[in-house]
Design a protein around this ligand. Sequence first.
Ligand code: THU
Length: 131
Amino acid sequence: MDDLLRLARTMMVRAYAPYSKFHVGAAVRDEEGGLHGGCNVENAAYPEGFCAEASAIAALVAAGKRRVTECVVIGPGPEVISPCGGCRQKLREFAADDVKVHLCGPDGLHRTVTVGELFPMSFGPHHLGRS
Ligand code: THU
């Protein structure tokens, strides 16, 4: 996960978060091993900003990929960063329940969880008759 963490750190530095001042970076590995990163991007209409995880997933899809096989999220503080509800739903769309999500801080790895642990009993494509 070192390569993912390195990219996520770079993303965190690039975050545009003048309102919350809470810089977050994320990086995901796709089904072919490629890496995609994203950061949070805020704007003056506060709820319209988007999260680092959402940006990284958007970058993966924009690159023509469809599956997340590993994910790193890095936040600025000593507290374990925890993806918001919306990001758990977004991640769940592209990642299986056993995919690892590494929650990191400036000092490195804080905790590793799976997508299924982050978001049990999630609503998903199967509810709509999709696999
Ligand atoms: N944020 C993320 O980008 N990812 C998370 O996992 C948690 C929160 C962002 C959203 C907002 O720009 C800032 O952090 C403060 O909530």
